[in-house]
Design a protein around this ligand. Sequence first.
Ligand SMILES: *[C@@H]1O[C@H](CO)[C@@H](O)[C@H](O)[C@H]1NC(C)=O
Ligand SMILES: *[C@@H]1O[C@H](CO)[C@@H](O)[C@H](O)[C@H]1NC(C)=O
Ligand SMILES: *[C@@H]1O[C@H](CO)[C@@H](O)[C@H](O)[C@H]1NC(C)=O
Length: 324
Amino acid sequence: MFPLAIALSLLASTPSFATTDHFGTNYLLTSNIVGPAFYSAFTWEAIADPTHGRVNYVDEFTSIKRNLTYASFDTFILQADHKTVLDADGPGRDSVRIISRKAYTQHIAVFDVRHMPEGCGTWPAIWETKGQNWPSGGEVDIMEGVNNQSPNAATLHTTEGCTMPASRLQTGTAGQLDCNYLVNYNTGCTVKFPTTQSYGPDFNANGGGWFVMERSLDAISVWFWPRNDPWVPWEIKFGGLKLNSRFWGPPTAYFPNTSCDLAKYFAENNIIINLTFCGDWAGNAYGQSGCPSTCVDFVNNNPTAFRGAYFDFAAVRVYEPTYF
Ligand SMILES: *[C@@H]1O[C@H](CO)[C@@H](O)[C@H](O)[C@H]1NC(C)=O
Ligand SMILES: *[C@@H]1O[C@H](CO)[C@@H](O)[C@H](O)[C@H]1NC(C)=O
Ligand SMILES: *[C@@H]1O[C@H](CO)[C@@H](O)[C@H](O)[C@H]1NC(C)=O
């Protein structure tokens, strides 16, 4: 038998490639973002909502002062204002959008979420993109939805020429297969998750769970484990130093590079966490959601309906390939 130590020392002599083959890629924890660390790992984007939401994104100073973001040693809360009746002529409900200082190509991002924003009119998202010349650097939506409608969907948005095979080894259900943002009003290539515990009130009632996205050379994959899932890998659950996805079973959503040159359609992406209201998706889908009144009217006049409109993060952890 070939001694492991020799195999490792042979690998050590070729540092120019990641340890990726049929044994999978090994990743090492490079950002462990817990509690107050969110303030150094992310910047606050007090921008106008590009999706026309009924939202007013505040800056970091304002978010701390108004307690719209709050950190303790093991918790980071990001929430919308739930106290103010809004002026119909104003910009919208105060909320927060944060973007990671670092950008990533190959990596695994682990989002340990205890609670996500819920409520009629809410549109929360955890996603990655490259801000400049969108969508030429690609967009990966890891967690996104509107108006409490479960389950979650994971979606890619690209320029023209990136499609997904209809049949894939994943536990979710494929929707549109073309990732081109120009097809069907930026629907993207999307995969619906199999469990309602992946989004909204059901997710929260269950104590949340883990969203995990791997971007490797040959696929973008997303896994979801609800909080009480006995199969969540221990290194995800406990924030291990090293990850290798080959033990995790088929992903919930699998986007292989077979008919999409991932290296061409995806540049270095930043992680974005945002909470908006109404707008292009939540607003347009509001009428079919079973929610009361109109979206803008509801968001303006019912602050207490947004007491549940908060993210509670136990951690965001980013792992990058090891080169040894
Ligand atoms: C929030 O996130 C979604 C993610 O898909 C994005 O489409 C939308 O533009 C974002 N909205 C704002 C206002 O940042
Ligand atoms: C700020 O929000 C956190 C999280 O919801 C809460 O625990 C804390 O009591 C709030 N602080 C104030 C001053 O309201
Ligand atoms: C997909 O990725 C694999 C592994 O990196 C590579 O060998 C293959 O050429 C890629 N296929 C396409 C269509 O880009």
